[in-house]
Design a protein around this ligand. Structure first.
Ligand SMILES: [Ca+2]
Ligand SMILES: [Ca+2]
Length: 120
């Protein structure tokens, strides 16, 4: 099983910090162009998917850059690594622990597989 419920529930006081930290984090001042209220989005053909605001700071720079969606077969992590709002990296983890990472080639709009393997 994949258990990431703690990422969404900060009310238990064991999450390692004040849940309001992200609103006043000093690092935010170094990213004046980033509006934390902007939703992340990705293009799929001629469709635009609005994924909602980032929830997770995967690289610990103080700016939330990723969100996770749980599906029937595992979970998918969507990451906006350059903080422009557009998703440019995706990692899918299936229920068996296998994973596949893809990165958006912004020149071609193609998703390029960057990594595949198994957790553990
Ligand atoms: Ca970050
Ligand atoms: Ca981006």
């Amino acid at each position: 099983m994949i258990e990431i419920g703690d990422a969404f529930d900060q009310g238990d006081g064991t999450g390692g910090g004040d849940p309001d930290d992200h609103l006043v984090h000093p690092a935010m001042a170094t990213h004046p162009a980033h509006d934390p209220h902007d939703n992340l989005w990705m293009a799929d053909g001629d469709r635009i998917w609005d994924l909602g605001p980032a929830e997770t700071d995967t690289d610990a720079d103080g700016v939330a850059d990723s969100l996770t969606r749980i599906g029937p077969d595992g979970m998918t992590v969507y990451t906006d690594s350059d903080h422009d709002g557009q998703i440019d990296a995706i990692t899918e983890v299936d229920a068996d622990g296998g994973y596949e990472s893809r990165r958006l080639d912004t020149a071609t709009g193609e998703w390029v597989r960057t990594d595949i393997g198994r957790l553990r």
